[in-house]
Design a protein around this ligand. Structure first.
Ligand code: C2O
Ligand code: CU
Ligand code: CU
Length: 474
């Protein structure tokens, strides 16, 4: 009999880096044999309340009554099982964003499973083949449940530790609360037809600028995910250039980099759009009390999101002591002469009423892929955007005819950008790519995972008002 791991909030918060100390892997740990299967985990989707600011915010959604969803920790190549129980008065499903799972584990209503109704439990089980940073979120009642907090980070560890001294995981998420700290209207027709509705309070792990202590001069793995419905984060890591500190981006969207990304500066912060993640190596400052601050930049203001604080005497480490991350095994392709599938992201034909169903809609339709809008969370009788042959390489030509930016996300496989008509893009593996206003990007992939795979914009108001579809791989 396998033991069921009940999610104990204190343990999970400690794992999530919610405690004062970062998570250090004890010496000798890596030498232990890694079991073939992790202890199963229970997630009870439930209402929560939490002090985001002054007064306690009610009507949040989490897997604890009084805290953020936990970091789920998996190990590459080790089977993981999760029972998701829905205690809400509405349906849900959970999707594992970026993990290349079997289609029936993907958590997309009607495409891969039925919605999980009140008091039902759905069993998910899969083996994560890729190490890196991923996340989980509902794919039914998506707008409401994500905006109310139902998002968590997934960390898939490499089998061999690359040599960090500590780790901090950040779930970047904004909440749209008013002066009374209660939720305001989460979306509007006007915003859904444009860039979407922004929150009012920016948080990391549901806290405003939380601080995490790490030993001075130590090597810290900072993993973060943009799980907000709308915000494109523009980040710098202030303080990582002085007092012995340094930093390097080592992974993005679940994969070690094929091509280096420049270290962000206030003039050129790094964009992390809804759905995207970063894996960052930070060498802490030498002096106790010095900070490395994860900072967001907008035209209006610069705001700290989370702080890493150096404590104690310096360990004197250097980034060069880390072993390079082994690439995940992704089938690559020769981009010359492979079939090109074109698609256009833009307006939708007038007068289409969304389909409400168990998974809800916002009540209007603005967007489409190839003029075919996905109507609500769970569209039925819609043709695939593309039909790809299993094992074959393809170029998908993504054309954005709109004046808005769209983080386009594909389930079940990863791709890399080949060219853009606007920007020079590093060709790193990803599952979510920003398509800027009026930009056309060619992405390449080998369609190696059979099934019907959701394909949509991750600005949730766009996704829910038509900018979604699916790709069939057979
Ligand atoms: Cu982050 Cu369709 O998902
Ligand atoms: Cu996804
Ligand atoms: Cu969009």
């Amino acid at each position: 009999m396998k033991k069921k791991l009940k999610m104990d909030r204190r343990t999970l918060l400690a794992l999530a880096g919610g405690g004062a100390a970062g998570l250090a892997v004890p010496k000798g740990f890596a030498a232990l044999a890694i079991p073939a299967e992790a202890a199963p985990v229970d997630l009870r989707i439930q209402k929560a309340s939490y002090r985001l600011r002054e007064a306690v915010t009610e009507n949040m959604v989490s897997v604890f009554p009084d805290g953020p969803p936990p970091v789920l920790r998996m190990t590459q190549g080790v089977r993981f099982s999760i029972d998701v129980t829905n205690t809400l008065d509405e349906a849900t499903t959970i999707h594992w964003h970026g993990l290349r799972v079997p289609n029936k584990m993907d958590g997309v209503p009607y495409l891969t499973q039925f919605p999980i109704q009140k008091d039902e439990t759905w069993h998910y089980s899969y083996t994560p083949d890729d190490a890196g940073v991923y996340w989980y979120h509902p794919h039914c009642r998506t707008m409401d449940q994500i905006a109310r907090g139902l998002t968590g980070i997934i960390v898939v560890a490499e089998q061999d530790d690359p040599g960090f001294d500590g780790e901090t995981v950040l779930n970047l998420h904004d909440f749209r609360i008013g002066k009374d700290d209660q939720f305001m209207k989460l979306y509007s027709a006007r915003a859904a037809a444009r860039a979407g509705t922004l929150g009012t309070v920016m948080t990391a792990n549901w806290q405003q600028n939380p601080s995490y202590e790490h030993q001075a001069g130590s090597l810290v793995r900072l993993r973060l995910g943009a799980t907000d419905t709308t915000r494109f984060y523009k980040l710098t890591f202030d303080g990582a250039e002085s007092d012995g500190a340094e930093g390097r981006i080592i992974g993005a969207d679940g994969h070690p980099l094929r091509e280096a990304l420049p270290w962000p500066s206030p003039d050129a912060p790094i964009t992390v759009a809804p759905g995207q993640r970063l894996d960052v190596a930070i060498r802490m400052p030498d002096t106790e009390g010095k900070d490395v601050v994860v900072t967001n930049h907008t035209a209006q203001r610069i705001r700290p999101l989370a702080t890493l604080r150096a404590t104690g005497s310096s360990l004197g480490r250097s980034l060069g002591e880390l072993s390079p991350l082994p690439p995940n095994e992704v089938p690559d392709f020769d981009p010359d002469g492979i079939e090109v599938v074109e698609m256009v992201f833009g307006w939708s034909p007038d007068g289409l009423k969304p389909d409400n169903g168990f998974c809800g809609s916002l009540g209007y339709t603005f967007w489409s892929i190839d003029r075919q809008p996905w109507q609500g969370d769970a569209a039925k009788s819609i043709a695939p955007v593309a039909e790809l042959k299993l094992g074959r390489p393809y170029v998908l030509r993504l054309r954005n005819e709109s004046p808005n930016s769209h983080p386009i996300h594909l389930h079940g496989q990863v791709f890399r950008p080949l060219r853009s008509n606007k920007l020079k893009l590093p060709s790193n593996w990803t599952d979510t790519i920003v398509l800027n206003r009026r930009e056309t990007i060619d992405i390449g992939l080998v369609a190696d995972n059979p099934g019907d795979w959701a394909f949509h914009c991750h600005v949730i108001e766009h996704q829910k008002t038509g900018l979604a579809g699916f790709i069939r791989v057979t």
